[in-house]
Design a protein around this ligand. Structure first.
Ligand code: FAD
Length: 510
């Protein structure tokens, strides 16, 4: 008899008042704010491509891969069975499927592929990919950013760029010339200093053939299976930028030893390693002694992705919260019809749209960076956005989890992954204070007030972008709740009268 029972009828009770899975949703066409931001940034011609990718990234199949890649974290394989060093990381097949999905869609190559609004397209693709699985975005981000530094060394760029823009994911461990596509990592941080990279102790010695030999270590090196790493080491003439490939020009494994993988709070699908250079072969990038200005070209681009990722997590957290609230009843009413819940959700929706709008406005300035004004805007808006959106995402992720009640706190839910991921992009590539000091440097103000300054500039910038590109009720709600004398300190704690119905209807995934 029990075999004939519907799935929702268990022996002791019926299962009801649970939302259907939030799966097989097109993450692009269901997100009105994203579509508006892409169009406002000049990326309307990419809508079809983003829509196709939105269907893939929002599919149940991709969600299952993401779950598997997180549950089966990468494993370090230092030696092979014969005791020889291999220094490889083994990933679950789901990780490779996600990498294939993202790389082949153009996440790591769109910005350099020569299409119009290439940075906006990159931003759109990665905004969707980060909602599917954020850990795999790390190698794609670094690969997408590497050409900014590589172009300081045209001969190197000529060899590596074609394999970056090939949009092919080739996980095989072999020299670059045998591969259909490559990924590039970055290794700057050392044990004694990450923000202060001038404290680096890695040494570089020139070989007779013009290459260099590196000796030293790096304390954080994410995506250690990348085909090459942009890195810093000192010559007699100061800190210099190098490209260290995984294989030497002679076809030998390079002397890059993987010491251990980090046991991280989140980002569990992605490997981050501690590495040592044991006489590793490397080629110089840019001018000797000008390592920081050279690698900063790449850092500027990765910092942009550190804005884009938390903006994507905000949208994902919000969409899941709205979905839950629309399907769950408490005290005879749908949660989404409870006035207090509506205020909380509307506040989250305003925050999420402000983050999305600012992100794509900055992407536009990257596309227009040949123009001096646009380049100056990108220079100042990137650290402002990185500081602010990362400060806001952690609380939003937590509030979205709370909307789901106890179900949001368990590992079956995607909310725990979003929550653990949410502090990452603030720490990486210039932690909070460091980007504030960068803003201060850009406008020459004193140090103590740098956080206050960053916060004020971020809010003003978000208000300005929303006033240009969104319906009046969004901008009005933002200004009334954020630019007022006493903004609420937690989600939904605002006094202002805003058009909650319109805000929620716009934010609801359609
Ligand atoms: C998941 C993950 C992946 C990473 N992947 C990579 C990677 O692939 N490659 C890589 O090179 N690095 C990577 N990192 C390292 C990361 O970039 C560094 O941790 C970061 O730059 C901070 O450096 P630190 O840890 O040495 O901290 P510190 O430099 O010691 O900073 C500690 C704190 O002090 C603050 N601080 C520093 N200077 C000042 C100042 N003058 N005034 C006020 N406050 C200050 C910082 O803002 C920070 O909050 C990764 C980190 C994480 C968490």
């Amino acid at each position: 008899m029990s075999a004939l029972r519907p799935r929702s009828q268990l022996e002791t009770h019926d299962v009801f008042n649970q939302p259907p899975p939030f799966e097989d949703v097109n993450l692009f066409t269901s997100d009105v704010a994203l579509q508006a931001a892409v169009a406002a940034a000049g990326g309307e011609m990419h809508a079809e491509r983003l829509s196709a990718f939105g269907a893939r990234t929002g599919s149940a199949e991709t969600a299952a891969w993401a779950m598997q890649a997180n549950e089966n974290s990468p494993r370090l394989r230092v030696f092979d069975r014969y005791g020889q060093r291999i220094d490889e990381v083994e990933f679950h097949p789901a990780y490779h499927r996600l990498m294939t999905l993202g790389v082949e869609a153009g996440v790591s190559s769109a910005a350099w592929s020569g299409v119009a609004a290439g940075h906006v397209l990159h931003a759109g693709l990665e905004f969707l990919m980060a909602q599917a699985e954020p850990g795999v975005c790390c190698p794609m981000t670094m690969t997408a950013a590497a050409p900014a530094a590589l172009r300081c060394q045209p001969d190197l760029a000529a060899r590596w760029l074609p394999k970056i823009v090939a949009s092919r994911y080739d996980p095989s461990s072999q020299p670059m010339h045998g591969k259909s596509g490559v990924t590039i990592g970055m290794a700057m941080t050392e044990k004694q200093g990450g923000s202060d990279v001038r404290a680096n102790t890695t040494r570089a010695v020139r070989r007779d053939d013009g290459g260099y030999v590196l000796t030293g270590h790096k304390w954080f090196c994410s995506a250690p299976m990348s085909d090459a790493f942009l890195t810093l080491a000192s010559t007699d003439n100061g800190l210099t930028c190098f490209l260290a490939p995984r294989w030497t020009p002679d076809g030998e494994r390079n002397g890059i030893h993987l010491m251990r993988l980090k046991d991280k709070l989140g980002d569990r699908a992605n490997a981050s390693a501690e590495i040592e250079y044991h006489g590793a072969y490397a080629e110089m990038v840019g001018e000797e002694g000008r390592g920081v200005p050279t690698i900063i070209e790449m850092v500027h681009a990765t910092r942009f992705d550190c804005i884009l990722a938390p903006a994507a997590y905000m949208r994902q957290a919000l969409a899941n919260a709205l979905w839950h609230a629309a399907h769950r009843t408490a005290f005879q009413r749908k949660l989404i019809d409870q006035p207090l819940m509506r205020s909380v959700l509307a506040d989250m929706a305003i925050e999420s749209e402000a983050a999305t709008a600012l992100t794509f406005r900055i992407a536009k300035s990257f596309d227009e960076s040949a123009d001096e004004g646009a380049a100056a805007f990108a220079r100042i808006a990137t650290p402002i956005g990185k500081y602010w959106i990362n400060k806001r995402v952690v609380n939003l992720a937590y509030e979205a989890m709370e909307v789901q009640g106890g179900g949001g706190y368990v590992e079956d839910s995607v909310m725990t992954r979003i929550y653990r991921q949410s502090p990452l992009n603030s720490i990486w590539e210039g932690s909070g204070n460091v980007v504030c000091l960068d803003i201060r440097r850009a406008i020459r103000r004193d140090q103590r007030s740098a956080r206050r300054l960053a916060e004020t500039m971020a809010l003003a910038l978000q208000g300005a972008v929303l006033s240009q590109n969104t319906p009046g009720f969004v901008c009005d709600a933002f200004c009334a709740t954020r630019l007022c004398d006493h903004p609420g300190l937690s989600c939904g704690a605002f006094d202002a009268t805003i058009d909650v119905d319109a805000v929620l209807s716009r934010a609801m995934p359609h």
